[in-house]
Write a protein that binds this ligand. Structure first.
Ligand code: 6GU
Length: 248
């Protein structure tokens, strides 16, 4: 998968060199290219923002540099390939595990994290005529810019790419992954030693009884979901739990 990020803070994207995403790049599974938007700002101060039409606080990112930047990135494709354009914005559609899964199937993603009050609307309209454009928010809070959301989205997408996670099973029971545990938060986990500061690991986990362990984990997941995300409980499928119980 190829990923381009256009930003006025290229250094903000340095974590993409580290950990899971860094390793995926080193393994040739991800081709990440970070571009400085100011390359395409031509005045003496490399200006990328200006005051909003209609007045009001804050600044708006000018369309000129974004248009040139996007044209240059699109022109760098060897053939007629077209990326999905991901525009991080607090007024976008929610970024969910389902959207991460969908975007992980695209061969090429371009991210346009903005600062200030956002990008002149005409840029989004211009490229929506040519590309699949997704305006996406990572949650109901406001950040100072889209760079941190890009890090969030890229990590969620990259770990779904074939070959990136060591064990293909490791995202099967993730919170929010499809399947019997869909819409349930994961319960608690334990490792050695069996006793720590007088606290023991739940007996069922050392029982070796996979059926009991599976049901215990499911019940803990339900307990945790009821406490932290009661809104998710109504989306669970009790019949899927029963089927899973019969299989184990
Ligand atoms: Cl994508 N951008 C900004 N600036 N704030 C956000 C966001 C994005 N998602 C949630 N808050």
């Amino acid at each position: 998968m190829r990923l381009d990020v256009i930003t006025i803070f290229p250094e903000y994207l340095e974590p993409l060199n580290v950990s899971l995403v860094g390793k995926a790049r080193a393994a040739g599974l991800l081709d990440v290219r970070v571009h400085d938007l100011r390359q395409w700002a031509h005045d003496r101060h490399r200006t990328v923002d200006d005051t909003p039409y209609g007045g009001g606080p804050g600044m708006v990112m000018k369309p000129g540099p974004w248009g040139e930047a996007l044209d240059a990135v699109l022109a760098s494709a060897p053939g007629p390939e077209r990326p999905v354009l991901v525009v991080p914005t607090p007024s976008g559609r929610p970024f969910t595990q389902a959207l991460a899964g969908e975007l992980s199937e695209a061969p090429w993603l371009v991210f346009t994290p903005a600062r200030y009050e956002g990008i002149d609307r005409r840029v989004i309209e211009e490229y929506a005529g040519r590309l699949d454009v997704r305006e996406v928010s990572i949650g109901d809070y406001v950040l100072a810019g889209g760079e941190a959301p890009v890090l969030v989205m890229v990590e969620a997408i990259a770990r779904l790419l074939p070959g990136v996670l060591g064990n293909a099973e490791s995202h099967r029971d993730d919170s929010f992954a499809p399947g019997a545990m869909a819409h349930l938060l994961e319960g608690p986990v334990f490792t050695k030693p069996p006793e720590w500061r007088g606290r023991e690991v739940p007996e069922v986990l050392v029982s070796g009884h996979h059926g009991r362990i599976g049901r215990w984990r499911r019940d803990e997941a339900l307990r945790r979901t009821s406490a932290h995300r009661p809104d998710l409980i109504e989306r669970t499928d009790p019949a899927a739990f029963d089927r899973r119980d019969r299989e184990t």
